[in-house]
Design a binder for this molecule. Structure first.
Ligand SMILES: Nc1ncnc2c1ncn2[C@@H]1O[C@H](COP(=O)(O)OP(=O)(O)O)[C@@H](O)[C@H]1O
Ligand SMILES: [Mg+2]
Length: 260
């Protein structure tokens, strides 16, 4: 549904220019879960902003292919960030329906649309609660409900689970995959965590240190169980070691040649 070719992005500022991304090719198929993995500062967030149309590329093209009843042109994107971005003065139900409100959907209908999605993400009983009454994991569940309720054509996720404890993260990874499969929404999921990408992805795009270039494009075995312990599987473990070999050298040159 999405083809990016030769994407480059250079930021110009008073302090000079920074090339964040260089000649990145990225494809996303209908229903696919793509993880983009790379060291800090390599341009991962920039890549997501380019796909979302928030910033324009310095070079290269982004083409969306119409399909599944979707009209031509830019698809509707929903974004989920590390910071859940919920409004503290709104209830869970109001937060979930906020995007719908902006689209002009009436109150009763917003509630009718939001309630089943909150149930799906395990937050059914919390519609009248405020964000400060929830754990971080629960807040991210609400952020996901807010993203899903607008039925986006593509879901863009920027390290959404990076500030969660390991157990909450593992449960949310597993749940996210099952919701994503039920809904068929294609996802671009940014992470710097190899184990997370192995647990979640259909395919992993590995980026180099800045400027981000594609080091590898790795399809993972289809139809596997997206369990939090996926990385313990011998086949995936071997792929993880291979990625470590690439990224360890990118982010810590002193690791060159070290065995892991
Ligand atoms: N708006 C901006 N203006 C100038 N430089 C930026 C801007 N946004 C990001 N950068 C720079 O681009 C590089 C990549 O940033 P980013 O895409 O946020 O990386 P990542 O998400 O992989 O950590 C960094 O060096 C960062 O400082
Ligand atoms: Mg980032």
């Amino acid at each position: 549904m999405l083809h990016c070719r030769g994407l480059s992005k250079r930021y110009e500022s008073g302090n000079g220019s920074v090339t964040a991304l260089e000649k990145v090719d990225l494809d996303l198929a209908e229903g696919e879960f793509l993880c983009v993995l790379g060291p800090s500062g390599c341009g991962k967030s920039t890549l997501l902003r380019l796909v979302a149309g928030i910033v324009a590329p310095s070079a290269g093209s982004i083409e969306f292919v119409p399909g599944c009843g979707r009209p031509p042109g830019r698809p509707r994107c929903a974004m989920v960030f590390q910071d859940h971005g919920l409004f503290p003065w709104m209830t869970v139900l109001e937060n979930t329906g906020f995007g719908l409100k902006m689209q002009g959907v009436a109150g009763k209908e917003r509630e009718a649309m939001s309630t089943p999605v909150l149930e799906q993400v395990g937050m059914g009983g919390f519609g009248r609660h405020y964000p400060h009454e929830l754990s971080m994991g629960m807040r991210q569940r609400v952020a996901l409900a807010r993203a899903f309720v607008s039925s986006p054509d593509v879901l863009l996720m920027d390290e959404p689970f990076a500030s969660l404890d390991a157990q909450s993260r593992a449960v949310l990874q597993r749940d996210l995959r099952s919701w994503q499969e039920e809904r068929g929404t294609p996802v671009i999921f940014i992470t710097h965590d190899i184990a997370e990408s192995l647990a979640l992805a259909d395919r992993i795009l590995v980026l180099s240190a800045r400027p981000g270039r594609v080091l590898a494009n790795i399809p993972l075995p289809p139809g596997r169980c997206h369990s939090p312990v996926a990385g313990f599987d011998p086949e995936l473990g071997a792929i993880g070691r291979e990625i470590w070999g690439m990224l360890g050298q990118e982010s810590c040159p002193e690791l060159q040649g070290a065995s892991l």
